[in-house]
Every structure is written in structure tokens, then in C-alpha cells.
Write a protein that binds this ligand. Structure first.
Ligand code: PAF
Length: 255
């Protein structure tokens, strides 16, 4: 696997690639969810490029950014075992030469659900993804359905800005007890980890959003939202200091 820290060097290398390119942007702390995106990219493209960049502009909470896991050596081993062709790991200075003076804002859906509780979060996500798209110039880019709101916003951004990039969604990968795989699960203590599966267990029940919220709050979660939009139920809740999100496609809900 080729590894590039330097964007200029990567861009020179990119010019030589005439094959189809699949791109998997990540913030590292890789798990099976990321590996499923990489596997799909490898199936559908001749070259797969992964980025690892813990993007400070999408963290509205400084402590959350500080605590975010960064097991780079382990990640590199996983990626080379998966036979990823190229990894880019740029620095903040390289990605933000403008010091984040320029940013991309969506004014509607990004203000709902997670956007309501994490001001500026989706500005940071959309800005960094647009920068990474301009650097990598992929044919297809892969995102997990676990971050469904993010996936929709990126798909619609690609359309709004006439990007010739196909945005591909991949199903959420779950632990045996139903908990959605997430880099943040590493931050749960054993007791919290055991309890965390209650999110999935409760959200799939044929009960109202209000009832899901009540059950989770009664069990020690601090629920930010439980909301059904169209045919999808979205949940965000904190367990201790760890913020967990999940969503699931539903057919019909009633109490
Ligand atoms: O989903 C993530 O890991 C991040 O939001 C992304 C898309 C890599 C942008 O930093």
C-alpha cells in the first residue's frame, strides 16, 4: 500500500492513475463497518483509496475531538491486509491552508437531527468531504448508512455541485447484540457497552418515538432525539460521555 501525507505528492501520483477509483474517507479507528465500505469499493473499482483524517472542524466539542481514538499503526495494518492501494493521511495545515475561512453550508436538512445538537458539525463534514473529493477525484465514494443524515447531505451536495462522483451507501454493520459498529464504541466502559445495545433493541420496536425516548431515558441514556422522518427512525443518545447514533428503515409505526 502506498501512503501519502503530502497532498502535492499524492496529486502527482493521482495524475498517473487512469483506472477507476473508489474512495473511502474515514477518521480512522477502523472497524468492520469501514472494512465493508472498502470491500465494496474493491469490488466496484480498479483502485481503492482511503483517507484517514480526524477532521477538527466537524467536532463541536473540543473534549470529543481530544478523546477521539487514533490507532494509526493498527489502521495501517488493517488497510494493507485489505489490499487497499493508497492511503492518504494529511495534516490539518494541508487540508485547511485557508484556516477554514472558506466553508460549505447546507441550510435545511443539516440543521435537523444531529445538526440541531452539534452546531457547525455538518459544515465541517461537507467542507472536508468536498476538499477530499477535489484531492482524490474518485469515480465513486462510499459512506455507511449508520451516518444516514451525513450520507444524504453528501449525496445531495454532489448533485448540487455537479460532481461526477457516485455516492454509494453501504448497510450498517452491527455487533451480535445489535449495536451499530462505531469508532466511538471503543470509548464505552464495559457496563456502558452492555447497555448500549438497548438503543437498537428499542428502536426496532413497533412503538412511538416518544416511547422509545422514554425507555432509553429511564435506562440511563440522555436522549437527544428520537425522530421518524419519512420511513426512517433516527436516534441519538449519550451514555456517560459517549454520544451514540443509529437509524433504521421502518415500514409502519403505531403504539
Ligand atoms: O464519517 C466520517 O468518518 C466522517 O464524517 C468523514 C466522512 C470521514 C468526514 O470527516
Amino acid at each position: 500500500m502506498e501512503i501519502f501525507k503530502d497532498i502535492k505528492k499524492f496529486k502527482n501520483r493521482r495524475k498517473e492513475i487512469k483506472k477507476t477509483v473508489g474512495f473511502v474517507p474515514t477518521m480512522g479507528a477502523l472497524h468492520e463497518g469501514h472494512l465493508s465500505l472498502i470491500k465494496k469499493s474493491k469490488l466496484e473499482n480498479e483502485i481503492t483509496i482511503v483517507s484517514i483524517f480526524v477532521n477538527p472542524t466537524q467536532f463541536n466539542d473540543k473534549n470529543d475531538l481530544k478523546k477521539y481514538p487514533r490507532p494509526l499503526k493498527k489502521d495501517i495494518k488493517l488497510l494493507s491486509d485489505e489490499k487497499v492501494d493508497i492511503l492518504i493521511t494529511p495534516s490539518y495545515e494541508e487540508i485547511y491552508p485557508d484556516g477554514y475561512r472558506y466553508k460549505l453550508t447546507e441550510t435545511d436538512f443539516s440543521k435537523k437531527l444531529c445538526g440541531k445538537f452539534r452546531p457547525g458539525h455538518f459544515d465541517g463534514v461537507l467542507t472536508v468531504v468536498m476538499k477530499l473529493f477535489n484531492i482524490v477525484k474518485p469515480d465513486k465514494a462510499y459512506f455507511g448508512e449508520k451516518d444516514y443524515q451525513q450520507y444524504v447531505l453528501i449525496k445531495e451536495m454532489a448533485k448540487a455541485f455537479f460532481l461526477d462522483i457516485e455516492i454509494v451507501a453501504c448497510p450498517t454493520v452491527r455487533e451480535p447484540d445489535g449495536l451499530a459498529k462505531s469508532s466511538r464504541n471503543l470509548l464505552l466502559n464495559p457496563k456502558e457497552r452492555k447497555k448500549a445495545s438497548l438503543i437498537f433493541e428499542t428502536m426496532v420496536k413497533n412503538i412511538s418515538d416518544e416511547s422509545v425516548k422514554k425507555i432509553l431515558n429511564e435506562n440511563g441514556f440522555k436522549v437527544e432525539y428520537v425522530e421518524t422522518i419519512n420511513d426512517r427512525r433516527f436516534v441519538a443518545a449519550k451514555l456517560g460521555n459517549v454520544r451514540l447514533i443509529d437509524n433504521i428503515k421502518i415500514s409502519r409505526r403505531k403504539e
